[in-house]
Ligand binder design. Sequence first.
Ligand code: GRF
Length: 188
Amino acid sequence: MEKLNSKKKIAVFISGRGSNLKNLIDYSKLKKSSFEINLVLSNKSNAKGLKYAKTNKIKKYVFEKKLSLFEKEALRLIKKFDINIVCLAGFMRVLTPIFLKKVKIPVINIHPSLLPRLKGLNTHLRAIKAKHKYSGCTVHFVEEKLDSGKIITQKKIRILKKDNPETLAKKILKLEHKAYIEALEKII
Ligand code: GRF
């Protein structure tokens, strides 16, 4: 039986810097948080974000070779640690339909654009080139089709004339950190 007031257990998949992971970990330590971060998985051994798992004593695993092995081990660990939600945070592989079918818990992702606009990579450059007035970020459920699942939260920002991909990325990353927490609290 589920304990009263028990927090949801989260696994975070990363490939790189891990600022979203760090932000989720920091928030999860607050009393008001409805979740805790119990597991970090990376498909890159040099992912900078792995250090946040280490400093916070969170179990971390790296499966670098094949996506099929990553997914197999991920399913095993999700079961072993009784994980309730998977959060993708800068995870640079597209999970297979087989994994998404087998996982049986929600998988959510953060994407740096106002979906359905600008799916895929280099969103900030593409937003500026296309002269979009606004950009932002989206937290959404992960489905088979890339960046296409149901939207949970979006945050929007005006693109200024003086913005370049770097300045825009920096501003949107701040929004991402807020959006991810809001989205998790919303679905829990
Ligand atoms: C973020 O911009 C996220 O939206 C995208 O990849 C980036 C990851 O950044 N999917 P970080 O590793 O969380 O710092």
